[in-house]
Design a protein. Structure first.
Length: 206
C-alpha cells in the first residue's frame, strides 16, 4: 500500500478544521453535530475520527487556532514602526481579521467574526481554553501597551493615562467591531475608522 504523505495528512486535517469551523460559525459549537461536520467536509466518519477523537477535541483545536490567529494579527500590526494613528491601526487589524480563512466567506460575508464570538463563549465553560485565552490576551495586551507608549512618547496621546488602560480599550474596539459584524448587517471597516477618527479629533468646547 502506498504511503500517505505528510502533506496529504496535513491537507486533510486542514479540510476538516475549515469545514467544522464554518459549521460552528453558522450554528454554534453545541448545536452542531458530528454528522453536520461530516456532511460539510464530505468525508466518512472513519476519515474524520482518524484526526479527531470527537467533537470536543475538534472544538479545542479550532478555539486554539482562532485565538492564535487573532494574536498573530495583533502582533504583526503592533510591530509597525512608527505605528500609524489608532484609527488606521485598528482598521488594519479588523480588515485582516475579515480576510482570515477565505473559505469562511458566505455570499461575500466573512463568518470568521461569528466564529470569534462562539470561541469567546466557549472559553466561559472550558477552564483549559479559558487559561489559553488569558495567556494570549496578556501577550496581545503587552504588545499593544508598547504601541501606546510610542504614541505617548511622540506626544500623539495623553501621557497621564496608563498605557495599559489605553491598550485594553483599543483591543475592546476590535472585539466590539467583530461582535457587531457578526450580529448586524452593513458593518464595514470604513465605519470603524471614520468613527474612531471623529472621536480622536474631538475639540474642547469653546
Amino acid at each position: 500500500m502506498a504511503r500517505v504523505s505528510q502533506e496529504h495528512l496535513d491537507a486533510r486535517r486542514r479540510q476538516i478544521l475549515d469545514g467544522a469551523a464554518l459549521c460552528f460559525a453558522r450554528n454554534g459549537f453545541h448545536a452542531t453535530s458530528m454528522q453536520d461536520v461530516l456532511k460539510e467536509v464530505g468525508l466518512s466518519a472513519g476519515a474524520v475520527y482518524r484526526y479527531f477523537a470527537g467533537k470536543e477535541e475538534l472544538i479545542t483545536a479550532i478555539v486554539s487556532e482562532v485565538l492564535t490567529d487573532i494574536k498573530g494579527i495583533f502582533d504583526v500590526v503592533a510591530r509597525q514602526s512608527p505605528p500609524p494613528p489608532p484609527d488606521v491601526l485598528l482598521g488594519r487589524v479588523v480588515a485582516q481579521v475579515l480576510d482570515l480563512r477565505p473559505g469562511m466567506r458566505v455570499e461575500g460575508t466573512s463568518y470568521f467574526p461569528r466564529l470569534m464570538v462562539q470561541v469567546w463563549t466557549e472559553t466561559l465553560r472550558n477552564d483549559e481554553l479559558a487559561a489559553l485565552m488569558a495567556r494570549i490576551y496578556a501577550d496581545v495586551r503587552a504588545a499593544w501597551v508598547k504601541v501606546v507608549e510610542v504614541y505617548q512618547e511622540a506626544g500623539m496621546m495623553r501621557a497621564d493615562v496608563p498605557a495599559d488602560h489605553v491598550a485594553r480599550t483599543m483591543i475592546a474596539v476590535v472585539q466590539g467591531f467583530a461582535t457587531q459584524y457578526a450580529l448586524f448587517e452593513g458593518v464595514r471597516v470604513e465605519v470603524l475608522q471614520e468613527g474612531l477618527g471623529a472621536l480622536l479629533g474631538m475639540a474642547e468646547p469653546s
